[in-house]
Design a binder for this molecule. Structure first.
Ligand code: COA
Length: 164
């Protein structure tokens, strides 16, 4: 039986931690859909289609990974696309409480969809998209946290010089 999974998130922008999780999910499931939530309440720096395009570029090596944008409920997206599993990342104990609530609420909304947690490589456990955006905006180096393509987009968005 072929098992498909979705990896939902805002990905504003995708970080090395997210990429690490996508790689792990791609090795476990037959099909992985990275589902990019519009998340208008987070007032994202990048539009949903810009985030989708960036993720497509940096995950091009995985033949079983697709990237789509969405704006409704995560469990509805899973059902519509025949995905039995929601993959979420746990970076630290501090992520647990929110993730536990999210997983239980999603189960309440749709019993058929299971949430599976993966942990990123330890060295990526402190990365978050908002910290990356803040560092880029304040002139810091984000090269160790994001793909070079993402770094270039961030620097451009912040009006900083893009490295050759
Ligand atoms: N590596 C690096 N960073 C990671 C990470 C990893 N492996 N896993 C999570 N993060 C970061 C994210 O970048 C994000 O950083 P930020 O807040 O600084 O931007 C932060 O951790 C929180 O991420 P996450 O919990 O994934 O939030 P999100 O906004 O990216 O995704 C949704 C939340 C979209 C999955 C959730 O709001 C949702 O399902 N929305 C759809 C509507 C819905 O169904 N609502 C009902 C839910 S019960």
């Amino acid at each position: 039986m072929s098992v498909g999974a979705m990896y939902p998130g805002t990905f504003d922008p995708i970080t090395n931690g997210h990429q690490d999780l996508i790689r792990r999910a791609a090795g476990l499931f037959d099909r992985v859909v990275v589902a990019v939530a519009a998340s208008p309440n987070k007032k994202p720096m990048f539009g949903v289609m810009e985030r989708v395009a960036l993720i497509r570029e940096v995950t091009a090596e995985f033949s079983n990974v697709e990237v789509m944008g969405y704006s409704g409920l995560t469990v509805e997206f899973a059902q519509k696309h025949g995905l039995a599993v929601i993959v979420r990342g746990l970076r630290a104990v501090s992520d647990f409480e929110f993730e536990f609530q999210l997983a239980n609420m999603n189960r309440h909304l749709n019993e058929q969809v299971e949430t599976v947690f993966l942990t990123p490589t330890e060295s990526f456990s402190f990365i978050s998209s908002s910290l990356v955006r803040e560092i880029a905006t304040l002139g810091g180096d984000v090269g160790g946290f994001v793909h070079p393509r993402v770094e270039a987009e961030l620097l451009q968005r912040c009006g900083r010089e893009v490295k050759p």
